[in-house]
Design a protein around this ligand. Structure first.
Ligand SMILES: Cc1cc2nc3c(=O)[nH]c(=O)nc-3n(C[C@H](O)[C@H](O)[C@H](O)COP(=O)(O)OP(=O)(O)OC[C@H]3O[C@@H](n4cnc5c(N)ncnc54)[C@H](O)[C@@H]3O)c2cc1C
Length: 469
């Protein structure tokens, strides 16, 4: 790890103060006496526009001129409960979640970007048996690999003020539906808290490009979701990430929300927990999601105009989306694990007339293939009758083998349909008075960002009427 360069002099009181603070906190530093080293003097003058101001402290290439102890504490992650170093990267959702949790609880931490510092990447690999898992967080030299917020809370003895408060509405899930609900609930002058188990943004955060959200011809998923979150915060919504809701119960007019971070209370609840695209669970799938492997033809199909794609599945979605892709792709290869399709006849009848669709039936998907640059190359399949193994080469793949709503935790508490989607009436009301549902977790949802925001609006109206009554 890079040492801290401390430029100072023995006679300088602020140097003594800063040195003592670092020593008290067991932080190593390299002390350079500017009175004895001409190069050091020149360096200090270079940093401070020709002035010889000491102490000048350089921490990970960042110079600080006579920093007071609170600045040192903030930059070096020094707290009452210990020193916190967070190794992470800008693109990593769990790093964002952990950073925002520490920031919202006023915990100082030193953030070290592993993509920028080789020594930091090596440090992380050393801690995690050669694997570069982030965030890796050191708290008083003890390492925690991707700790969830409940662990950070316990180790850093963080209290949770919001647990005591009764919110007008608690919204579960910070995707498009949840964030929109919060915007509207807040504008109706009700208080809201969004509890999100991962990072802000939901499924839309996973997509690089959104071209079908009204008002934006092209916006990245993270940017769009960031804008929605900022808007919700502007109107006063509170958002806590890393909080996974496990159970909801009602006593009198109050809802008790049990989470990994403790209990929360509210007068109404909106479930906007979304759904997860069912994956195949085969090799290289996780690494290639969003970069060769997709789950939404309307969203990502345009990237494959005049190119060849594989569609995996045999139900309505697979055929509907496959036919849609064939209208602009050079070729669509449908890989169906069964002999026949389970889709409706309307789709099946259309297939033979579409010349650029090839159907491979009775094929089991074994693993996705990568090329030498680690990019998507194709799919390895096995014929279920002959056992023959084949490689299907293409530019991308779309998986349509169903959606799984994230509703396990409320089974038995609100009514779900056979596929575990939440059933609601036309006003977004669930089977429990005071609990509303919006977005992809709801039966009949269209599974698009614009649709999820619309459902958020509907749920907020339900909340408003319920609270007023
Ligand atoms: C790769 C990809 C690309 C897409 N591209 C597009 C596109 O281009 N255009 C488009 O319109 N749509 C697109 N979609 C679909 C779109 O993302 C969804 O329709 C939309 O995100 C649904 O929003 P939502 O708020 O209902 O649910 P989600 O976005 O799924 O958000 C639900 C949130 O709830 C949280 N949550 C779940 N359970 C709990 C719990 N127990 N406690 C706390 N939090 C919980 C989740 O972590 C998640 O953040 C895409 C989807 C994917 C996966």
């Amino acid at each position: 790890m890079k040492t801290i360069q401390f430029y100072g002099a023995d006679w300088c009181p602020d140097c003594q103060r800063a040195k003592a603070f670092l020593k008290e906190n067991n932080i190593d530093f390299n002390f350079i006496d500017v009175d004895l080293d001409k190069e050091a003097t020149a360096k200090v003058e270079g940093i401070n526009n020709g002035k010889r101001i000491i102490p000048t402290v350089i921490i990970n290439d960042k110079p600080l001129t006579n920093p007071d102890n609170s600045v040192l504490a903030s930059v070096l992650g020094i707290n009452k409960e210990g020193r916190v170093l967070l190794y992470g990267a800008g693109w990593c959702p769990d790093c964002q979640r952990a950073k925002s949790y520490l920031q919202s609880n006023e915990i100082n931490f030193q953030y070290i970007e592993v993509d920028k510092h080789d020594w930091a990447a090596k440090k992380v690999e050393g801690i995690n048996n050669g694997k570069r898992i982030i965030p890796t967080i050191l708290i008083n030299d003890k390492s925690y690999t991707n700790p969830d917020n409940s662990i950070l809370k316990e180790v850093l003895k963080i209290g949770q003020e919001s647990e005591q408060k009764v919110f007008d509405s608690i919204i579960v899930g910070a995707g498009a539906a949840g964030l929109t609900t919060a915007i509207y609930v807040q504008r109706d002058r009700f208080s809201s808290l969004i509890l999100e188990k991962k990072n802000i943004g939901g499924n839309a955060f996973l997509t690089e490009k959104i071209e079908n959200y009204p008002g934006f011809t092209n916006i990245s998923g993270p940017d769009l979701m960031q804008k929605m979150a900022e808007q919700a915060k502007v109107y006063g919504a509170e958002i806590q990430t890393g909080v996974s809701v496990n159970k909801i119960s009602k006593e009198g007019n109050l809802f008790y929300i049990e989470t990994n971070m403790g209990q929360y209370k509210s007068k109404s609840v909106v479930l906007s927990v979304g759904s997860t695209y069912r994956k195949l669970g085969i090799g290289n799938e996780e690494e290639l999601v969003g970069a060769g492997i997709h789950f939404c033809a309307t969203c990502d199909g345009a990237f494959y105009r005049d190119r060849e794609v594989i569609v995996i599945g045999g139900g309505n979605s697979a055929l509907e989306e496959g036919i849609f892709l064939a209208s602009f792709c050079k070729k669509v290869i449908i890989v169906n694990r069964n002999e026949t399709f389970s889709a409706s006849e309307t789709y099946i009848e259309k297939l033979p007339s579409i010349k650029n669709i090839e159907v491979l039936s009775n094929k089991e998907s074994l693993e996705f293939l990568k090329n030498e640059e680690d990019n998507f190359k194709g799919l390895k399949i096995k014929d279920k009758v002959t056992g023959e193994i084949e490689e299907v080469i293409a530019d991308g793949a779309f998986i349509f083998i169903g959606l799984i709503p994230n509703t396990d935790f409320i089974k038995g508490q609100v009514a779900l349909n056979k596929q575990n989607f939440i059933t609601t009436n036309g006003l977004a009301e669930t089977s429990v008075e005071g609990i509303f549902a919006a977005g992809d977790c709801r039966e009949g949802a269209i599974a698009q960002v614009a649709a999820a925001t619309g459902e958020g609006v509907l749920a907020s109206y339900g909340v408003r009427d319920y609270l007023k009554n």
